[in-house]
Design a protein around this ligand. Structure first.
Ligand code: ADP
Ligand code: MG
Length: 375
């Protein structure tokens, strides 16, 4: 559906996402109606290298001073704001045309269970609003958590909006650092949760052995042989048996988690065989969940959709599903999450809820995010 736009009218929303992979800052400008989303511009900006190691250590429980947290919060806020200003300069858009920015922020900790659940996303939205002159919505997860929810995943509501179905079951699979699914079945409430690791363990292993951020197209994994015993052991992690709602992050599936598994092996396993096993583990843990929902279309987005070996492994593990990147149906899989946060900002400004209680477990639907004004 086409959206009418008068020059200077504030109907556009910017979405900013930087996920657990720490690979980049995804940005979109989009407009919305009750029925449709129109993408106007998109870009990806590099994630500040000097922060990456620090953030990985933080999410794995490294101790940090309050001053360091404040510094990261400020630095990220400034980085996001500069990226928005660059984004506007590179497009034909003007700040006056943007009703709001929806900025997810950078997750440094996510602990949705226990007596004191909390989640923390950094990137000071006051700075973003002040340096861009645009109203900014941030801190999307904690209201849902305040209502007893996981605060995650938040994208299923947007997936429902975008892909809702009246015939075929569709599962939207986002393979970022963590993998999450949204199950859209005709006449059923949406189901959505984190299935477990996405690219994170593979990224971590290839970085350790080859100093590369990721295994391009899964070529290295394809050169190895899956170690079945290791695969079975990893699949026995308690997270997979947990009932939903559930969400996870780097706090669980990280390099230390992998090393704990490897240390229990008396026979050494080749590095490439470990990569092959990690890819099989990612694919199998996802497939074990998807298969619960019968058959239909598996629409894959996020960086993992570019990993050819992983996509082949998913199709092999899911013969009853047609596995395809969302790009095949005209929706850019790299910017879908950023688009979701633009939509969540739209929902917040319109006074509409952003969470799905069946997905997060919150006691009621609510408006998500705190609003930061530039004036
Ligand atoms: N060509 C490719 N081959 C294999 N993996 C890829 C490719 N392109 C991207 N990726 C993977 O996607 C990840 C980024 O995915 P993304 O959806 O941005 O995750 P996040 O939301 O966690 O930032 C990279 O770290 C990498 O693992
Ligand atoms: Mg990313």
């Amino acid at each position: 559906m086409k959206t009418k736009k008068k020059r200077g009218e504030q109907i556009m929303y910017i979405g900013i996402m930087s996920g657990t992979s720490l690979d980049g800052i995804d940005m979109v400008a989009a407009s919305f109606s009750d029925q449709s989303a129109t993408l106007h511009h998109q870009a990806e900006y590099p994630f500040p290298e000097k922060l990456k190691d620090k953030l990985i250590a933080l999410s794995q429980g490294a101790s940090v001073t309050l001053e360091e947290i404040g510094t990261i919060d400020h630095f990220l806020g400034k980085t996001y704001a500069e990226a928005v200003n660059r984004f506007l300069a590179e497009s034909t858009l003007k700040a006056e045309e943007i009703a709001a920015i929806g900025c997810h922020g950078q997750t440094v900790f996510h602990k949705p269970t226990g007596p004191m659940p909390f989640t923390m996303q950094l990137g000071d939205a006051n700075i973003i609003a002040a340096l861009t002159g645009i109203t900014t919505v941030a801190d999307f997860r904690r209201k849902d958590m305040a209502l007893g929810g996981q605060g995650a995943p938040l994208v299923p509501a947007f997936h429902q909006f975008l892909f809702s179905t009246d015939s075929t079951t569709k599962v939207v699979l986002n393979i970022g650092g963590i993998a999450n699914i949204s199950v859209l079945a005709p006449d059923q409430p949406v189901i959505g949760y984190d299935t477990g690791p996405g690219n994170m363990l593979m990224d971590s292993w290839v970085s350790k052995h080859h100093g590369k951020p990721y295994d391009k197209d899964g070529v290295w994994a394809a050169s190895g042989v899956v170690n079945q015993a290791l695969l079975t052991q990893m699949l026995s992690d308690g997270y997979f048996a947990q009932s939903t709602p559930k969400s996870t992050g780097r706090e669980l599936f990280n390099q230390r988690w992998l090393e704990t598994h490897l240390n229990t092996f008396s026979q050494p396993v080749n590095a490439e065989d470990i990569q092959a096993t990690l890819l099989a583990f990612t694919a199998q843990s996802i497939a074990n969940d998807v298969t619960l929902y019968g058959s239909g279309e598996l629409l894959v987005c996020g960086g993992g959709a570019r990993n050819k070996t992983l996509m082949t492994a998913l199709q092999l593990a899911l013969p009853c599903w047609q596995v395809m990147p969302t790009d095949d149906i005209g929706i850019n899989g790299d910017s879908l999450e950023a688009l979701a946060f633009a939509w969540l900002a739209y929902q917040a400004l319109k006074g509409k809820p952003g969470n799905l209680t069946d997905v997060t477990g919150a006691s009621r639907p609510c408006r998500l995010g705190a609003i930061y004004y530039p004036d």
